[in-house]
Write a protein that binds this ligand. Sequence first.
Ligand code: KG4
Ligand code: ZN
Length: 333
Amino acid sequence: MAIILGIESSCDETSASVCINGKVINNDIATQDIHEQYGGVVPELASREHQRNIVPIVSHVLENAQISLENLDGIAYTRGPGLLGALLVGSSFAKSMAQALNIPTIPVHHMKAHVLAHFIDDPKPQFPFICLTVSGGHTQLLLVKSATEMVILGQTKDDAVGEAFDKSAKLLGLPYPGGPMIDKLASKGDRNKFQFAKSDVPALDYSFSGIKTSILYFLRKEVKKNENFVEENLNDLAASIQFTLIEMLMFKLKLAAKQEGINQIAIAGGVSANLGLRKRLTEEANKSDWEIFIPDFQYCTDNAGMIAISGHFLYENQQFGLLTDSPLPRMPF
Ligand code: KG4
Ligand code: ZN
């Protein structure tokens, strides 16, 4: 049993969380709005924002949990994957603090942490389960054997599904990040209005790069005929794009469940906040007799709660880091 501080700084969210004996007490997230005006995350600006935010956020979660520095047993931080400069802020902070307090660091893999977010609240899945992890940088189908043992069954060969959401949104003239915007508009649209080709690759892998090209060509053709096409059909376009992406995700998820003979199914990562995907998964659960696990919204997108709970499991396994550990922007799974 231990008191762990978790720190997340892999992209554009600075977040800290305290986990006491396996229970996540709080989860503060500073979202960086500065990137909106550039249509995507600007790495240098992200690092500077992390530097600005990290001290107040860490102080706040410790104070909120009524924990003094001497009470901490370990500091978990995102080692990778992510933006190098952004990771450097969190990892340098965590390592310095741990050294000053003479406690261990616990380096955490960001994508594995998304999966372990399922162990923050009840109901918790039982091992082994299948997790579809869908974020801005990754799309993975995982067989989760234990908190520290996960096997990749399939993954994207090119773009992540979050990227496909964001790039499609850009084509529709929507601001960054486009995923949540598409989700919002889709709820008011007809998902069968437009059809887009679903690209396929063998086995349990995914490919999402083709869909944006297919959307681009379709829009070019329609806008030539009617320059107001996008504005006039925005909700239906969002709904049809979202439907196509969700069907692609679900197709391989169903295959994976069948192949592994597992009916405990979880989703994780930023795109698991998507209402259409959550609804579709619920429908499939009723049809296929799945027991499904969907994280609370605050634990779908990047957050330190998932880093702190990962820290808890790794601490139990005595999987500690070294002061010489450098951030790994492309950290192997
Ligand atoms: O996990 P995450 O916060 O960061 C990464 O680790 O990448 O995922 C961010 C991604 C972005 O592509 C964002 O557009 C997408 O998750 N996203 C959504 C929704 N909320 C976030 N995509 C679709 N619908 C949403 N509601
Ligand atoms: Zn993430």
